[in-house]
Design a binder for this molecule. Structure first.
Ligand code: PLP
Length: 377
C-alpha cells in the first residue's frame, strides 16, 4: 500500500507481526503437504494445525476441539447464525441481535429474515451498551439465538457479554458473540463468559488475513456452512489454510503475552491525544463507554464532515476511519452512530481513531494537531 506516515486504523486491520510471519514461512514453502494425506510429509503440517488449535484454545480457556478454523471473522459470524438456524428449522423463528452489530452479523440476519426468521434488533444506550433487562424482555418461547458483539468496531464499547449470555442461558436460548475486535486485545475466557459460540479474526491482532475461527462449545451442535471433506471434525470442509492458521496462533499468543502492557500503553497514548484536543478549544464529543477496547477513540466534531476530515488527514499522511459517508445528496451516518444518537451538529463530523502498539506519542500529538487544524479551518 501507499504507506501512510501514521497508521491509526487498527480496527480495520493490522500489520502481520514478524513472529507470525516467521512461523508461517515453512508452510508457504517446503511444508506444503496437505494435512489430511497419509504419507510422512503431511505430519509436520498436520501437527502444526493441531498445535495452533491447542494454543488458540489455551488463550481463550477453551478445549482444542471447540476451535473451528474459518477463513475470516465474517465466515465465523455467518456460520454461527446460519449454523443454528439451519440446524433446527422450525424450532423457532426469532433471532435477537444488537442494533450495533457488524454487517457480518446484520446482513446475515437480513438473509435469514428473507428466509422467514423474525429479526429483533435490540436498542443500545447513548454509550452503545445493551442492557440485560432489554434482552430479557425481548426473549420469547420461539427465540432460537441471541448474538451480541463483544466489542463494537466503531466506538470500542465493550458489551456486558457475560451478563447477557447468562440472561439467555436462564431461558435456554443459545448465545453467540462476535469477538472480532476483542480477541487479542482484552482478556477473553469463553468459560467465564458462558457463551455457546464466539467469532474471531486473525488480521485484527497482527495475524494474517484469510484466517479466523469460531469457538463452538462442546455439546453445542450447529450445521456446517461448507460441505465437502471431513476437515474441522467434519464441520467445515476445505483444505486447511495451514500457514494462516499457524500465523494466527502465533500472533494470538504474542498478543496474549503482552496484552496488559500494550493496553496501558494504548490508553496512555489515547489520553495524550485527547488532552491535546481538549487544550485546543475545538468542540467535540467522545463516543462510546468507559469500558472499551484500549486505544480506540471515536470523536464527533461540531459542524464538521467526517469524510472530509478523513481525506484531509490522508493528504497529511494519517490513516483513520469515519462513521459517516457522503453520497450525492446527503451525509449518511453509520448505523452505530445513529443507534447511540450522536447529537445533531456533531454526528456528521465523526472519525474513528484506533491506535496500535506501533504508534507513539509524537504520532498521536500530530494526529491531534492535524485534526485541530482541519476542523478549525
Ligand atoms: N465483526 C467485527 C466486529 C468486525 O470489526 C469485523 C471486521 O471489521 C468483522 C466482524 C469481519 O471480520 P473479517 O474482516 O475477518 O471478515
Amino acid at each position: 500500500m501507499t504507506k501512510p506516515i501514521i497508521y491509526a486504523d487498527h480496527a480495520a486491520t493490522t500489520a502481520l507481526s514478524p513472529r507470525a510471519f516467521e512461523a508461517m514461512r515453512p508452510f508457504l514453502s517446503d511444508e506444503y503437504a496437505n494435512p489430511s494425506t497419509l504419507y510422512r510429509a503431511a505430519r509436520i503440517p498436520r501437527r502444526a494445525v493441531a498445535s495452533a488449535r491447542e494454543r488458540i484454545a489455551a488463550a481463550l480457556g477453551a478445549s482444542p476441539e471447540e476451535i473451528r478454523f474459518t477463513s475470516c471473522g465474517t465466515e465465523a459470524d455467518n456460520w454461527a447464525l446460519k449454523g443454528v438456524a439451519f440446524r433446527h428449522p422450525g424450532r423457532g423463528r426469532r433471532i435477537i441481535v444488537s442494533a450495533i452489530e457488524h454487517h457480518a452479523v446484520l446482513n446475515t440476519c437480513a438473509f435469514l429474515g428473507r428466509m422467514g426468521y423474525e429479526i429483533v434488533r435490540l436498542p443500545v444506550d447513548a454509550k452503545g451498551l445493551v442492557a440485560p433487562g432489554v434482552l430479557e424482555s425481548a426473549l420469547t418461547e420461539d427465540t432460537v439465538l441471541v448474538s451480541v458483539m463483544y466489542a463494537n468496531n466503531e466506538i470500542g464499547t465493550i458489551e456486558p457479554v457475560g451478563e447477557l449470555a447468562a440472561v439467555a442461558r436462564r431461558r435456554g436460548v443459545p448465545f453467540h458473540t462476535d469477538a472480532v475486535q476483542a480477541v487479542g486485545h482484552i482478556p477473553v475466557n469463553v468459560r467465564e463468559l458462558g457463551v455457546d459460540m464466539l467469532s474471531a479474526s486473525a488480521h485484527k491482532f497482527n495475524g494474517p488475513k484469510g484466517a479466523g475461527f469460531l469457538y463452538v462449545r462442546e455439546g453445542f451442535e450447529i450445521e456446517p456452512l461448507l460441505h465437502g471433506g471431513g476437515q474441522e471434525f467434519g464441520s467445515r470442509a476445505g483444505t486447511e489454510n495451514v500457514a494462516g492458521i499457524v500465523g494466527m496462533a502465533e500472533a494470538l499468543s504474542e498478543h496474549v503475552e503482552t496484552l496488559e502492557r500494550d493496553a496501558r500503553k494504548l490508553e496512555t497514548l489515547r489520553a495524550c491525544l485527547l488532552a491535546r484536543l481538549e487544550a485546543s478549544g475545538v468542540r467535540f464529543l467522545v463516543n462510546g463507554a468507559e469500558r472499551r477496547i484500549p486505544g480506540s477513540l471515536s470523536l464527533s466534531f461540531y459542524g464538521a464532515d467526517g469524510e472530509a476530515i478523513l481525506h484531509r488527514l490522508d493528504l497529511m499522511g494519517i490513516a483513520v476511519a469515519t462513521g459517516s459517508a457522503c453520497n450525492s445528496r446527503e451525509t449518511v451516518l453509520s448505523h452505530v452512530l445513529q443507534a447511540i444518537g450522536v447529537p445533531a451538529g456533531y454526528a456528521r463530523g465523526s472519525v474513528r481513531i484506533t491506535l496500535g502498539i506501533g504508534n507513539d506519542e509524537a504520532q498521536v500529538l500530530r494526529i491531534a494537531d492535524c485534526l485541530v487544524k482541519i476542523v478549525s479551518a
